[in-house]
Write a protein that binds this ligand. Structure first.
Ligand code: HAM
Length: 413
C-alpha cells in the first residue's frame, strides 16, 4: 500500500526541532514580558477579505500565496499568511481600545503561504509576532527594534544586520510615487519583468524591491524616499534613529526596503542574515497607522514586527537536550511492576528519566542507559527485586556503584 506523505512545504518537528521552538517561545515570552507585552492568540482561519483589505490585493501574498477555499456554506476563508491582520481584527472586535490607551500584544503560531519551498522557506511556517496599538510616537518603533535585537542577542544571535527605512506617510507618499512613476516612464517599460510592468501602475514602490536582475539594474538610479519625506516623517524617522544610536544598536539605512505588505507607513525594518541560503530575512516589521481604521476600527496607530521561527532555528542549530536524571534498567523479568512504581515515585520527586519495560539482558540495558545520556543508571536485577533494593551506578562522574533500599534512596532525594 502506498504511504500517505505530508504535504509539500509542510514539516514534522520531532524532539530536537520542537525543543528549539519551545526555547524560542519561552525566551520570547520572557523578553517580551519585560517590555510589557501580553499574549494574544487569534484563529488560524479568517475571512479572506480581512487579508485582501489589509495586506493589499496587489501583493504577492494576497495575489499568489494564500490558502483560500470556500467553507461548506460557500464563504471564502483563508489560512492566515501572517499574524498582523488577525491581531488588528481581534483588537477592534474586543473593544480593548480606549483613547489614550496603549495595548501591547505578542502572538506565536503557524502561518501559511503557498510559496516555492526551499531552505528557510516553507508553506507552513511559524512566526513570533508583536504589535503595539495606540502609540503614534517614534519611540514605540524604536522600542520594538530594541526589543527585537535584545531577543536575538539573548538567544545567541548577536551579529545580525538591522536594515532600516521610512516609507513616508499618506501625505508625502503620493508625491514620491509620482516621482517613481515619472522615472519608470523615462525607461523602456518592456525591459521590466512582467510583474513590475503591472506594479508600475498599481504599486510603483514595489518595483524597487524586485529581485529580477534587469529590474534591479533599471531602478539603480530611481529617486530615493529619503529625499521625499515630509517634515513630520523626517522628524519621526530622526527620533527612531536617535534612540537606536543612543542605545548602541547598529543599523544600515536601506531606502529600497519597501516590504512585501501594503499596510506600512513610516518606519520599516528587516533583520537579515547571509547564513540561511537565499532567504535572508529573519524578521521584519514596521508601522501601519491607518490599518485599524481601514479595517473598521478607530483611528488608532499600530506598529509591530514578526520573526520567522524556522529561520531563527536554522541559525541556532540543534540544542542539546538536558541530561535525564536516571535510566531505570529492569533486568529481572518479574520486576516490571515494581520498577514502574519506583520510577513514578522518583518522578513525583521531580526527577526525570526513563524506565525500561519488562526484563532484559544487563548488556542491552547498559547500552540503553548510555544512549539515554542519564546521570545515573538504576538497576533492578534478581537480587534487587527480592530485597526491595536498587543498584545505583553513577554515569556522569567516576562510575561509582552501590546498592541501597529503594525507600531509603527515595528519602535521600
Ligand atoms: P513578513 O516580512 O512577511 O512580515 O514576515 C516576517 C518574517 O516571517 C520574515 O522575515 C521571515 O523570517 C518569516 N517568513 C515569511 N515567509 C516565510 C516562509 N514562507 N517560510 C519561512 N519563514 C517565512 C509579516 O508577516 C508582518 N506581519 C510583520 C509585522 C508585524 N509587521 C507589523 N507587525
Amino acid at each position: 500500500m502506498s504511504k500517505i506523505q505530508k504535504i509539500k512545504g509542510f514539516a514534522d518537528m520531532f524532539r530536537q526541532d520542537a525543543d528549539v521552538f519551545t526555547y524560542l517561545e519561552n525566551t520570547a515570552r520572557e523578553v517580551f514580558g519585560r517590555y510589557g507585552f501580553g499574549e494574544l492568540r487569534t484563529p488560524v482561519l479568517e475571512k479572506t477579505e480581512l487579508f485582501q483589505k489589509s495586506i493589499g490585493e496587489d501583493t504577492d501574498v494576497v495575489g499568489k500565496e494564500m490558502y483560500t477555499f470556500p467553507d461548506r456554506k460557500g464563504r471564502s476563508l483563508t489560512m492566515r499568511p501572517e499574524a498582523t491582520a488577525g491581531m488588528v481584527r481581534a483588537f477592534i472586535e474586543s473593544k480593548e481600545y480606549q483613547p489614550g490607551r496603549i495595548c501591547k500584544y505578542f502572538s506565536t503560531g503557524p502561518m501559511f503561504r503557498y510559496e516555492r519551498p526551499q531552505k528557510g522557506r516553507l508553506r507552513q511556517f511559524h512566526q513570533l509576532d508583536v504589535e503595539i496599538f495606540g502609540a503614534p510616537e517614534a519611540q514605540a518603533d524604536a522600542e520594538l527594534i530594541l526589543m527585537l535585537t535584545t531577543f536575538l542577542n539573548e538567544i545567541g544571535l548577536k551579529k545580525l544586520a538591522v536594515e532600516l527605512n521610512s516609507l513616508g506617510c499618506h501625505d508625502c507618499r503620493p508625491a514620491y510615487r509620482q516621482a517613481l512613476t515619472d522615472y519608470y516612464t523615462s525607461k523602456n517599460r518592456e525591459e521590466f519583468c512582467e510583474d513590475c510592468r503591472r506594479r508600475i501602475d498599481t504599486n510603483p514602490m514595489r518595483v524597487l524591491d524586485c529581485k529580477v536582475p534587469t529590474c534591479k539594474e533599471l531602478v539603480k538610479d530611481a529617486p530615493s524616499i529619503a529625499d521625499h519625506l515630509c517634515d513630520e516623517c523626517e522628524q519621526h524617522f530622526a527620533d527612531v534613529k536617535a534612540v537606536l544610536d543612543g542605545a548602541g544598536v547598529e543599523y544600515v539605512l536601506n531606502p529600497r526596503l519597501v516590504r512585501g505588505l501594503d499596510y506600512y507607513v513610516r518606519t520599516t525594518y528587516e533583520i537579515t542574515s547571509n547564513d540561511i541560503g537565499s532567504q535572508t530575512a529573519v524578521a521584519g516589521g514596521g508601522r501601519y497607522d491607518g490599518l485599524v481604521l481601514n479595517l473598521g476600527g478607530p483611528d488608532c496607530p499600530g506598529t509591530g514586527f514578526a520573526c520567522g521561527m524556522e529561520r531563527l532555528a536554522l541559525l541556532l542549530g540543534e540544542r542539546e537536550a538536558p541530561a535525564p536524571d536516571f535510566y531505570l534498567a529492569v533486568v529481572e523479568k518479574d520486576a516490571g511492576n515494581q520498577a514502574m512504581i519506583f520510577a513514578q515515585q522518583m518522578r513525583e520527586k521531580g526527577l526525570s528519566g526513563d524506565v525500561s519495560y519488562g526484563g532484559g539482558s544487563m548488556k542491552s540495558r547498559m547500552r540503553a542507559a548510555n544512549k539515554s545520556g542519564a546521570k545515573a543508571c538504576l538497576i533492578i536485577g534478581q537480587d534487587e527485586f527480592e530485597n526491595g533494593t536498587v543498584t545505583v551506578k553513577d554515569m556522569a562522574g567516576d562510575n561509582d556503584q552501590y546498592t541501597i533500599k529503594r525507600e531509603e534512596y527515595l528519602k535521600s532525594l
